[in-house]
Design a protein around this ligand. Sequence first.
Ligand SMILES: Cc1ncc(COP(=O)(O)O)c(C=O)c1O
Length: 407
Amino acid sequence: MSGIWQENFSSIAKNNRPSPIREMLALIKKPEMISFAGGMPAPEIFPVDKFYEGAHILKDDGQNLLQYGTTEGYPPLKEFLASWTAPRMGRKVSGQEMLITTGSQQALDLFAWSLLDEGDYVITEDPTYLAALTVFFNHGGKFLSVPMDRDGMQVELLPDIIRKARSEGKKVKFIYTIVNFQNPAGSTMSLERRKRLVEISKEFGIPIFEDDPYGYVRFDGEHLPSIFSFHDEGGVVYAGSFSKILSPGTRVGWITGPKEIIRNLTVFKQATDLCSSTITQALVAEYCMKGHLEAHLPVIIDNYRIKRDAMEKSFEKHLAPLGVTWVKPDGGFFYWLNFPGVDTNKLFERSVEKNVAFVPGGPFCPSQGTGIHNARLCYTFPSPETIEEGVRRLAEAVNELGIPAVH
Ligand SMILES: Cc1ncc(COP(=O)(O)O)c(C=O)c1O
């Protein structure tokens, strides 16, 4: 590349790091590959016809819908979301407490603009969503990580982590948590821990970013109230998304929180993309207001439950005898596997030779060195038959690496 660019790059650009997952997806894109790698919804259940039904709005109101919209978001969509999310949020939020974003990924970016200075610390789960780590990193963030178990972030460890960080002069700016069917760990934060997290937030004066793109994709058990609903001092923002409950191609998400922070995020959004696509927001709103969102959710949930069950069965058959362990997720997209004694980077290479792909655990882990024995597998995209074949090949790869069976 010509020096003219390198010489003029910002210091952030010089340090930026490509997403290992997105790079890998490009590499493994061949028809014979069984991919458990990307977190992709099943295209065969996209509600194409119902979404298309709303296209008449272009004829009815095209002169407005093809125009720029307000940065705050398309009011009918916000109104729908405020009502629809009220049970989870504990109340119906006002328009000033919500901002429509270009995917919830943008909510993460705007939030980092608002909160992070170079060298500030973010508390995250370990493992956590890779693209959140990248956003926070790009904004100068550093990480303090908290291990997970089947009930989510081990929040009882937080007070000591925070006190220690503060005694070392570290500035802890916020806690980032993916509460339901976590990406990548698959686990859900228990009710007790949600409440305890709010107490800790209040005690230490540290706000919370509650990221919840998977919360409505629940197969088993009852929905849990959001952390937002417990915080009576307004210390939580909650991000939601249409990506997993309608389509990621719409790029429509939202963030809910107290007016002051939403206003601050809105000002950053003014300079980021002016507004999210008006026509797309209107199409999404039309789809939702016609009742299709609610009607289609069971189709998504049933489809993914069948695939989750297929993967569970295949794991029992092929991987359990090899000592591999996992926690069965109650919803969402992912399994997080532990392969004792196996370097999952090596396993990845061997698996790709067999035309099966997953994501090795390392990149999800903010603490250096953890995740080396882990792997994330997504079950939503392949068919149940393909899942069985893919897991069989994966087990073959484990065996070929010469790992002694652990019993
Ligand atoms: C935990 C988490 N947060 C945020 C996002 C971003 O989603 P989107 O920008 O499509 O709404 C994802 C996407 O996979 C995710 O897993």
